[in-house]
Design a protein around this ligand. Sequence first.
Ligand SMILES: Nc1ncnc2c1ncn2[C@@H]1O[C@H](COP(=O)(O)OP(=O)(O)OP(=O)(O)O)[C@@H](O)[C@H]1O
Ligand SMILES: [Mg+2]
Length: 232
Amino acid sequence: MNGERVKIGIEGLDQMMGGGLIPGSIGAIIGTYGTGKTTFALQFIWEGLKGGENVIYISLEEREERILMYMTQKGWDITPYKGKALTIVKLDPSDFSLAINSIKNELPELVRQTGAKRVVIDPVSLFENIFDKDSERRREMFRFVEGIRDQKCTILMTSETDKDNPFSSRYNLIEYLADTVILLRYVRPSDLTDVHLALEVVKMRMSSHSREIKPYEIQQDQVLVYTEANVF
Ligand SMILES: Nc1ncnc2c1ncn2[C@@H]1O[C@H](COP(=O)(O)OP(=O)(O)OP(=O)(O)O)[C@@H](O)[C@H]1O
Ligand SMILES: [Mg+2]
């Protein structure tokens, strides 16, 4: 263990990261559709709420009601937190300039106002979609990350994978910007076997971490990482 950590709230995964994310760092969960990115993000938010922290969930995909519904379905009683410790912001990425301005300018302000210790951006790939040119995207995303990094909160972004490469984020950018990268993927040992889910901690700046690939299962109210099992 190297000092205090911000737990994601998924025990096996936190263990693989030496206890959790480093406070004030930026984590990225990268995975293809249905691998559990939103589920992981919700666990992270819930872990914060349970610990008495204020949290912000920036959603570029799902409406607020649906996010609240997912949390309720998991059996979590969010009533005491709704509109208080839990702030959900739905951004419409089709309204380009508004989405850019909201994320770039208003997010740091919102973090200050609410004193949030945890922020989720799900999925950040929809924000990245806004930019036409690679160079512009790169510049703007670096600026954006630098703009929020001086805050005293820990950020978890989710990103879809590149359509041709399940090991890379949509634009090959987030993995360079983030301090910690967690990769989620499907593993199908052969054509006729069941598909399994597996995760790995690909990178973690300023920390030792496990490099093993571990199977995990999404259950109704939690995510189980089988740290004793091997995928291959
Ligand atoms: N309550 C639950 N019980 C069991 N499995 C669940 C439950 N909720 C979700 N899942 C599993 O998790 C998967 C979806 O997880 P999630 O929405 O977190 O993925 P995602 O990576 O965010 O997907 P997308 O890229 O489509 O947003 C479902 O396809 C399902 O297999
Ligand atoms: Mg999702």
